[in-house]
Write a protein that binds this ligand. Structure first.
Ligand code: NAD
Length: 303
């Protein structure tokens, strides 16, 4: 029996990610957990009615006890940003929510992989790791897939090449000190050179991309949900795909203890390996800067 859970399933990202995961059919059962019982039940029923032609996943609202021995949880519960807020502004509000949720998850499924979405995701992921008792490979933060998707989109628009022909990744914080890896960009299989001005324009577009969506439709939804589904599937089907995810580092890239976005091999049991790619001196410096910023944010958590 392959079982999963979505904590925060009544909300914007949780409901859409749950729907995508249910539609794929990779799980036998998916439990929707939320403080808003009735809305979670509605999301579960709507999902079930949507997938009947394509998937046999059974989706139902439940409590943590229903998600016993689940292999994977998407954690999308907590306060989202409002226009003008940074992700780090949410840290003190979301830390107690994360603490409570992870205690319950580990109580019923101590071997589960968790995909943290709650912002500020890198800080919350480290908090969950340090408060719990699971290996770091099972405690994964979501952000790098999405930042990289946005990087591809921005580059595709600049070069007028379809986004599927663009290879580009973002490491570091899921936030303002993200690190777009310009040295690794390939468009239609060819390397691209960026001047300082071009890099700054791209960085600025990336920093604005999520707030533009939040300002116009109230929340980001399809993009994070698609990424969560993609990562969940990679893990549940042991794809061994390399995807940038936030994970607590143990010496990789010269960093310790901090959780931030790095390329990870995903499969059975979560992160199988952290991949150290070649960075320029400038990129390494930016990654170190992101780590220092996240270290301070973690130290300042008021919990
Ligand atoms: P939302 O308000 O629509 O949904 C949050 C849900 O969490 C609500 O249904 C709420 O009832 C539930 N919830 C709150 N406390 C809970 C608890 N203790 N137990 C169970 N459920 C609880 O918010 P959203 O737009 O779906 O965003 C959710 C989180 O994800 C936010 O922190 C947001 O900033 C973050 N987010 C992260 C990324 C990313 O890339 N990492 C992308 C988008 C959103």
């Amino acid at each position: 029996m392959k079982r999963g859970g979505v904590v925060g399933a009544a909300g914007t990202v949780g409901a859409q990610a749950g729907f995508e995961l249910a539609l794929s059919g990779v799980l036998d059962e998916l439990i929707y957990i939320d403080l808003l019982d009735e809305k979670a039940e509605g999301q579960a029923l709507d999902t079930m009615q949507a997938i009947t032609y394509e998937s046999d996943t059974c989706v139902r609202r439940g409590g943590y006890e229903d998600a016993e021995d689940a292999q994977l949880f998407l954690v999308t519960a907590g306060r989202p940003r409002e226009p003008g807020m940074t992700r780090l502004d949410l840290a003190d509000a979301n830390a107690p929510i994360v603490e409570e949720i992870f205690e319950k998850i580990e109580g019923v499924s101590p071997e589960a992989v968790t995909l943290m979405t709650t912002n500020p995701v890198d800080v919350m992921n480290r908090y969950a790791y340090e408060a719990g008792d699971r290996g770091r490979g099972k405690v994964i933060g979501f952000g790098g897939w999405l930042d990289s998707a946005r990087f591809r989109y921005v580059l595709s628009k600049r070069t007028e090449v379809p986004p599927t022909e663009v290879e580009a990744i973002v490491l570091g914080e899921h936030g303002d000190s993200q690190v777009p890896i310009f040295s690794g960009v390939e468009v239609e299989g060819a390397e691209v050179k960026f001047g300082e001005e071009g890099k700054e324009e791209v960085r600025s577009s990336l920093r604005e991309s999520s707030m533009e969506v939040i300002g116009k439709k109230g929340a980001t939804e399809f993009a994070p949900a698609r990424g969560l589904y993609h990562i969940a599937r990679s893990i549940l089907t042991d794809e061994e795909e390399v995807v940038p995810c936030s994970v607590v580092l143990q010496g990789e890239y010269g960093l310790e203890d901090v959780s931030l976005g790095v390329p990870c091999v995903l499969g059975d049991g979560g992160v199988k390996e952290v991949v150290e790619i070649k960075l320029t001196g400038e990129e390494s410096e930016e990654l170190r800067g992101a780590a220092e910023k996240l270290e301070s944010a973690y130290a300042e958590l008021d919990v």
